[in-house]
Design a protein around this ligand. Structure first.
Ligand code: ADP
Ligand code: MG
Length: 350
């Protein structure tokens, strides 16, 4: 295998692990593949592609990711998001990608009845979840939360054909879905280059194209939320995305309680739905990334209702007491690690 750039796959931190032989030094076995690692969007990306043109494709993947980061990051000065947040209610001309991702984010806000709300950002900042490494965690007063929640309402984001505005005082952030959207753009890029086998490991998001080059399904590890260096189980799949939101990624603890970086927009507090991790498996990165965050907020009952209504994704849910629920579409492709078991397989007709 030809390696370009860093070889490291961030294992524990990645949240999802890939078991196949990307580390292999067996050049013969993997001579048609290229691997490229780079840091972007506050996480480590590893992209693997196989077949003709794979080397150019993995390098282009980095360029495309960095282009999207420059548009969608809330902290990069002059990004589209930054300009929208600093325009005091005025419309801001933005890139077509920004329009697309915001349109999807608002639609997912409606689908999840506001559990996903991209305007919760000022509340997130009040808890200290800002740029990683620079956090100053604190528990805001209820009064402060009430004041901030007045400006939280994704329905007030105005999206035109080429411009976007938010009311003065509102700030939006795409932390919940930007990586999923990026994964979809990279998938499109690879497909347009004729790549039929690839694996994108974008932090807690894994997106696959086709099968492994040997014609077998990809095997994607799902993190054990109680032991994030360990695996709960493996999902076998082809042409799908596997995206996890958990309470073990960014959090602080005070007086024995854990406060995580996913907020319930209804209360302004870190989500306390009883779930400790939500893995969503489906076709689209944007959709599944939005759902993993939203279902983490909604909890098992509402999440499962949404799964029954929508019928186009599958779930692995882990609750605080260690119970593991999977939806019936995963019955034959989720393999728990030894020491773990599935508590219940959820049926479509429940
Ligand atoms: P990760 O970024 O760890 O993969 P998620 O996809 O679940 O995890 O996104 C979490 C991020 O989404 C937070 O860091 C924050 O930027 C943003 N966020 C937190 N709560 C919400 C929410 N209820 N709706 C929309 N975005 C949220
Ligand atoms: Mg998400």
């Amino acid at each position: 295998m030809k390696k370009i750039g860093s070889l490291a796959i961030v294992l524990g931190a990645a949240g999802l692990l890939w078991f196949w032989s990307s580390h292999s030094t067996d050049v013969r076995e993997n001579r048609d593949g290229a691997e490229h690692g780079f840091f972007a969007m506050d996480t480590y990306f590893t992209v693997n592609a196989y077949g003709i043109g794979c080397e150019e494709a993995v390098l282009e993947a980095e360029e495309e990711t960095k282009r999207l980061e420059q548009l969608l990051s809330v902290t990069v000065p002059e990004s589209d998001l930054w300009r929208i947040n600093h325009a005091h209610g005025q419309p801001v001309a933005v890139d077509g990608d920004t329009i697309s991702v915001l349109t999807e984010a608002v639609a997912m806000g409606a689908l999840t009845q506001g559990a996903l709300d991209i305007s919760v950002y000022p509340v997130l900042q009040a808890w200290g979840f800002t740029v990683s490494g620079e956090e100053e965690f604190q528990i805001p007063s209820e009064q402060k939360l009430r004041e901030l929640l007045v400006s939280v309402d994704y329905q007030k984001v105005q999206i035109g054909e080429t411009a976007v505005s938010v009311p003065d005082g509102m700030q939006i952030d795409l932390g919940a879905i930007a990586k999923g959207y990026t994964g979809d753009q990279l998938t499109e890029l690879f497909r347009s280059r004729g790549i039929t086998s690839a694996l994108l490991n974008l932090g807690h998001n894994v997106q696959t194209i086709g099968e492994r080059p040997d014609g077998t399904p990809w095997k994607i590890g799902v993190t054990d939320p109680f032991e994030p260096q360990e695996i709960l189980g493996v999902v076998e799949l082809t042409d799908k995305v596997v995206i996890t939101s958990g309470n073990y990624e960014r959090y602080f603890e005070k007086d024995g309680r854990r406060y995580c970086h996913i907020l319930d927009p209804a209360t302004g507090h870190p989500a306390q739905s009883g779930l400790v991790s939500v893995t969503v498996i489906g076709e689209s990165g944007t959709y599944c990334d939005a759902l993993s965050t939203a279902i983490f907020v909604m909890g098992r009952e509402k999440g499962v209702s949404l799964w029954r209504e929508q019928g186009d994704f599958e779930l692995i849910l882990v609750e605080e007491d260690g119970s593991v629920f999977i939806t019936e579409g995963l019955r034959d492709c989720f393999l728990p690690e030894s020491g773990h078991e599935v508590t219940e397989v959820l049926e479509r007709v429940g």
